[in-house]
Design a protein around this ligand. Structure first.
Ligand code: PMP
Length: 435
């Protein structure tokens, strides 16, 4: 049987119509249909580029919200997936070699990880992390930070990009979220260790969860003292510290951001870059905590998932990590990140635009405002019209930076110096057209 699902004779607008007729809203995740890109149908991808169904080619600095660290269709990862697919399918019993190897690599690299539990998505990993923390402590409350994103479930799907008038209140991302669950989540400002120490002092908080670098709002760099004092406060009060390294893990360092700052959480969630775009994620952490999972004999925390540890997806993870190790990928993409930030700073100085170019390694953002930037509230000063406006113009110049306020740019291993320099030149054109 000959099945063609990649190529179509249909025009781009016909495909958009078909998508809208059959898929709720025409897309499959909330932040995929956005102004300026409403009619985007992906035709093909290769390395650092996307070609849409009308033949428009874009150099991709969006990076699928972070997973494609090596670039699209990486031949080594794809080969590992294909080989695995042809020899071992998903069975839903026991364990397979790719799962074992992926878990071993995570244990080897990530300081806090002694044991691993593989899931299919990041939200599942953070869900299990919180449930495990609640079970282990016998407490219910959770601390999260304004501006951090951890997935779609009720305990943490709140207070990410909050409008000014709702700051300081609960700002759920979704209708239908259970208020009883939202009530158990305390939202605190980032980089304010005193606020965390106060919140933990009654010893009734199960877990503190944070993105060590909040990338949901671009790049908010954590103060070393903040991370160290949260660690100390959690240890003192028996609270479980969870680093959500779903963006930062395997991107800023093989050991995650925790290995850069030398602060070790109790639990870590990982996903995205670990498998170069294939859907696999993980919860990892200290053995005594992880042994509460129902995968362990006697473990009481229910932990299942039909697609957990799918062998081909796990193989994508193994191949990605091996390539990160053997080709010094993280140094290379971080160097390209430095080149971008240096070029943008020089550009904004020269043309007299007030901007804070922030970044860690391969992830960058230019906010149009004066610094310093320590917490989400500071970013309310960003000129959102300029931020979104120049990015919409960039699309006409062949570059994709997500045209949504506060969103980050991501560099992959397939990008070249020319891509970076081309983006800087195009940014100059796009920005000057707006001034
Ligand atoms: N945590 C962080 C830091 C994320 O960036 C994301 C996804 N953007 C998630 C959790 C949720 O992961 P997923 O979308 O795979 O459920």
């Amino acid at each position: 049987m000959d099945i063609h699902i990649v190529k179509s004779e249909a025009s781009a607008s016909e495909l958009v119509q078909r998508a809208r007729a059959a898929i709720a809203g025409g897309v499959n995740s909330g932040q995929r249909r956005i102004p300026g890109l409403e009619a985007l149908v992906i035709g093909s991808t290769e390395g650092a580029t996307i070609t849409d169904a009308s033949g428009r080619r874009l150099v991709d600095f969006h990076g699928a919200y972070g997973p494609t660290i090596l670039g699209h269709n990486d031949p080594d990862v794809d080969q590992a997936v294909l080989e695995t697919m042809r020899s071992v399918d998903h069975v839903g019993l026991g364990v397979s070699l790719p799962e074992i190897e992926l878990a071993e690599l995570m244990v080897e690299h990530v300081p806090s990880v002694e044991k691993v539990f593989l899931t299919a998505s990041g939200s599942e990993a953070t869900y299990h992390a919180l449930r495990l923390a609640r079970a282990a402590t016998g407490r219910t409350r959770i601390v999260k930070f304004q501006g951090c994103y951890h997935g779609w479930h009720d305990s943490i799907a709140l207070n990410v990009i909050t409008p000014a008038e709702r700051l300081g209140q609960k700002d759920p991302l979704s209708a239908g979220a259970l208020s009883a669950v939202l009530d158990e989540t305390i939202v605190l400002p980032f980089n304010d260790p005193g606020a965390v120490e106060d919140a933990l002092s009654d010893r009734d908080v199960a877990a503190v969860i944070l993105e060590p670098v909040p990338h949901a709002i671009g790049v908010l760099v954590p103060h070393q003292e903040f991370l160290e004092r949260i660690r100390a406060a959690c240890t003192k009060t028996g609270t479980v510290l969870i680093f959500d390294e779903i963006v930062t893990g395997f991107r800023h360092a093989l050991g995650g951001y925790q290995s850069i700052v030398g602060v070790t959480p109790d639990l870590t969630t990982m996903g995205k870059a670990v498998a170069n775009g294939f859907p696999i994620a993980a919860l990892g952490g200290r053995t005594d905590l992880m042994e509460n999972l129902g995968t362990v004999a006697g473990g009481t925390v229910y932990a299942t998932g039909t697609f957990n540890g799918h062998p081909s997806m796990a193989a994508a993870g193994v191949a990605t990590i091996r390539k990160l190790e053997s080709e010094n990928v993280i140094d290379r993409i971080s160097m390209l990140g430095d080149r971008l930030r240096t070029g943008l700073r020089e550009l904004y100085d020269r043309i007299g635009v007030t901007a804070e170019v922030a970044g860690v390694g391969s992830i960058s953002v230019a906010y149009f405002m004066e610094g310093p930037i320590d917490r989400f509230d500071d970013l309310l000063r960003n000129d959102a019209d300029l931020f979104v406006g120049y990015r919409r113009r960039l699309l006409d110049l062949g570059y994709l930076e997500l045209p949504l306020n506060l969103k980050r740019n991501t560099i992959c291993y397939a990008h070249t110096e020319d891509d970076i320099d081309g983006l800087i030149t195009a940014t100059e054109q796009a920005i000057t057209e707006m001034l």
